[in-house]
Design a protein around this ligand. Sequence first.
Ligand SMILES: [Zn+2]
Ligand SMILES: [Zn+2]
Length: 167
Amino acid sequence: MIINVLQARKAIGNEQTFEFITSAGQLAIEGETPWKSSVIIVEGKLINNGRVIAVNGIISATAKYQCSCCLEDFTANMEIPFSDNYQQTNDEPIESEADLTYYTGDEIDIADLMRESLILAEPLKSVCSENCRGLCPHCGINLNTAQCSCQDKLVDPRLAVLQKLLK
Ligand SMILES: [Zn+2]
Ligand SMILES: [Zn+2]
């Protein structure tokens, strides 16, 4: 994911847009990532800010998750913003700049930035919907799509004692 910034470097304020189509495989982040089978589209813009080349844009991908509540698979379209500043190693170093990546020559490689942005966007817990009803703790049926009668059969133990006494 290399961008030639020769043109942008010529004058302060020079802008350039870029677009890449990639995949988790190409980025070597396959593993258990939710982007495994998705096309990953990267669209962005860079601008020569004088001291650095500022890069920003959006990654679009379809994530595939298993709901941690009902265990069904579901997909979610993700739009992940990214940004970073690139400084050429030959230039005077900037002190205490928070987001700064170095590059040599006229080419910047945004692959690391893409990996980092995708990994940070992975939720720790994924639920198919805010209203997911999960699985019945007794029979394991998916309560989003079916109903069971477990709840009716469960009798409060105190009531059970009373029922016995009444007999
Ligand atoms: Zn669910
Ligand atoms: Zn049940």
